[in-house]
Write a protein that binds this ligand. Structure first.
Ligand SMILES: NC(=O)c1ccc[n+]([C@@H]2O[C@H](COP(=O)([O-])OP(=O)(O)OC[C@H]3O[C@@H](n4cnc5c(N)ncnc54)[C@H](O)[C@@H]3O)[C@@H](O)[C@H]2O)c1
Length: 202
């Protein structure tokens, strides 16, 4: 394994083995609450795919969440920060992922009120860094995970949000996710990136 700037741990067993697999799927934030379920599902369901879990392991990330697949032959964990462009560049050059599923984020609304800047850094800048890599390295498909909170808040008698509901974020967290969504669709239009935007509900 090539040493890349902030990579601490790479659990790859045999590089020759994963090069024989059909596709490489890079999942960011795969040690978190939702991402860990995505990682486990992909590793077990797609044994012909190399699944890379890229996570900074902030206070929200825990490798215990993915311990069931830690020793799987088609699984690699890389510790690193999506805000670190040199690190990301090295990961994309080393592994040339076919697809990216982007879940890494600062995700707690209360923290975003105390410290909005880290949300801008991770959710907006980190996503833009990833978009630059997706564009530069010709990734076939990007799935960007966002939140229904970009639409604002519903009162008891309000109609449910639908995909065409105008964005109306109410917290620094949802504003940062809304900004990241706009960058994804703008990059998609500008550079013909094939992307899916998923606005998950609570
Ligand atoms: N949990 C929900 O109810 C919910 C609802 C809708 C949408 N979402 C979205 O789903 C995604 C995942 O949410 P979650 O609840 O699993 O979040 P989480 O906070 O549990 O996990 C986020 C993961 O991202 C990692 N991470 C944070 N900053 C990073 C960085 N700079 N570089 C690399 N990794 C970093 C963390 O270590 C953690 O493992 C987020 O994009 C979130 O906005 C979550």
């Amino acid at each position: 394994m090539q040493v890349v700037s902030s990579v601490l741990l790479d659990t790859v067993k045999d590089k020759n083995m994963y090069m024989t697999l059909d596709k490489t799927i890079l999942i960011t934030g795969g040690a978190g609450f939702i991402g860990s379920h995505v990682v486990k599902r992909f590793v077990t369901q797609y044994s012909n795919y190399h699944i890379i879990n890229l996570d900074k392991l902030t206070y929200c990330g825990d490798l215990e969440n993915v311990k069931e697949v830690a020793h799987s032959e088609n699984y690699t964990f890389i510790k690193g920060d999506i805000c670190d462009t040199n690190f990301l560049k090295n990961v994309f050059e080393e592994y040339t992922p076919n697809s990216v599923i982007h879940l890494a984020a600062e995700s707690h609304v209360d923290n975003s009120i105390d410290n909005p800047n880290i949300f801008i850094q991770t959710n907006v800048m980190g996503t833009c860094n990833l978009l630059n890599m997706v564009n530069k390295y010709g990734v076939e498909r990007l799935y960007h995970v966002s939140t229904d909170e970009v639409y604002g808040a519903l009162g008891m008698d309000d109609a449910p949000f639908i995909e065409t509901t105008p964005y109306d974020p109410k917290s620094p967290y949802s504003a940062s996710k809304a900004a990241s969504d706009h960058f994804v669709s703008a990059f998609g239009n500008q550079f013909t990136i094939n992307y899916g935007l998923m606005l998950w509900l609570h």
